[in-house]
Design a protein around this ligand. Sequence first.
Ligand code: ADP
Ligand code: GLC
Length: 490
Amino acid sequence: MRILSAASECAPFIKTGGLADVVSALPVALAAEGAEMRVLLPAYPALAGLAAKGETALSLRKLHGGPARVVAARAEGLDLLLLDAPHLFDRPGNPYLAPDGKDWPDNHLRFGALSAIAAKIAREGVGDWRPDVLHAHDWQAGLVPAYLKLGAGASPPSLITIHNIAFQGVFPADVLTLLDLPKSAFTIGGVEYYGNVSFLKAGLVYADRITTVSPTYARELTAPEFGMGLEGVIAARRTDVRGILNGVDLDVWNPETDKALVETYSAGKPKNRRGNRAALAERFGLDLKKDTPLFCVISRLTRQKGLDLLLECLPRLLGRGARLAVLGSGDKDLESAFAAAAKAHPGRIGVVIGYDEALSHLLQGGSDVIVIPSRFEPCGLTQLYGLRYGCLPLVGRTGGLADTVIDANEAAIADGVATGFQFAPIAAAPLGDAIDRACDAYANRTIWKSMMRRAMRSDVGWDRSAAAYYALYQELTGMRPEDRAEEETR
Ligand code: ADP
Ligand code: GLC
């Protein structure tokens, strides 16, 4: 089984969030199933060195205003296909945003190009490698299924994974011709979205299957408060939608070997976490107490993540003698609110504004609780890392958070199955109650140790989910092309 994965991010090369972790972990997980996945990515500056050394697999004289080529390269255990088009991708920093913090004005051309090339490779292959299935991720690859379905001739089946429906890639109608899409596709049953063109809708309409990254989010997406305008499109394709949980790369996230930790440790001997806790005290300027927990946040600071609710709960958290370490970046008002909180409570709240991969590992390895009060969360990875590192997740009951954390209610504690704390509805008062419950549990060393052990032994790897994706690819390749055409008109 050969699969072409098309995406705009891939760790460790280019990452703004969990998408990058998933795109790089999936090929490794699928290899264990006997599948061969190659990842098509734009050759941003972080990948330019690799592109310069790699082998040209495809050349185009002109792709949306400049020459382009596809370079095959191998790095970090991944088979990459790099779309080297300097006029589109030789831009430093965030892959989507210009230095002024706004979207690049030609994002439709940049990711339209990525999608067009993915479709070309899916149909024609590169060298003697021809994929059996095309797997697109998020709006940036949303046009691939459209190019495959709307173009002439045979094409392999496709699936699209929704990592976050908040980002939809919506552009004015005139991009249709710029992107070589037929005018006939500009309908409510096609790529049209309130008079504009939506890349994500295109993917949802034309892909043979739709997946998202947890079963609960798959259900939530058909409701207006979660579907963000696309709930009807998803509901119409209900029978083709699946929720498959993300996993964790168990080599990258391994407290027994993690080089970013001051001290490594295992579920059998979690005591060594103390060294990491002490390192965090120094790094965040915190006066940590032995008998009260250290809460942490590792997050994009956006409305999705609900961290404004945590700001409201700070008096309650501090009232319990607990401490808070925050690592994050994003919305300026949230950045300054957390910075102000740290200033107002020196020694009790520490904040690092920025993106720091190594520090995120240390936080998981030394904090006691990771707080994730998301308003919606397709899957969420930091709670999975928290489980693996014995940094117990305190989460809003939504999406993948609801599916992966077992709340420490009395029955779960008695049965020894609790791995964290959930709260609902997603609001400040229930979050405050959960913070109280976490402080109470922390005060009982027997309960806490047993929860930590249970959390660290949770199955957060990729095995089950890789098997689910593989089964889905098989289901797709087993379909006859005429079945696919039939489904399309259903
Ligand atoms: P999302 O993709 O919505 O941001 P996820 O929980 O799926 O949420 O993934 C977030 C990823 O980004 C995790 O790997 C997390 O550790 C990482 N991350 C988020 N913010 C930071 C930060 N400021 N520094 C380092 N890593 C971060
Ligand atoms: C998105 C979601 C997050 C998910 C990640 C990877 O960024 O916000 O919940 O874990 O994609 O699928």
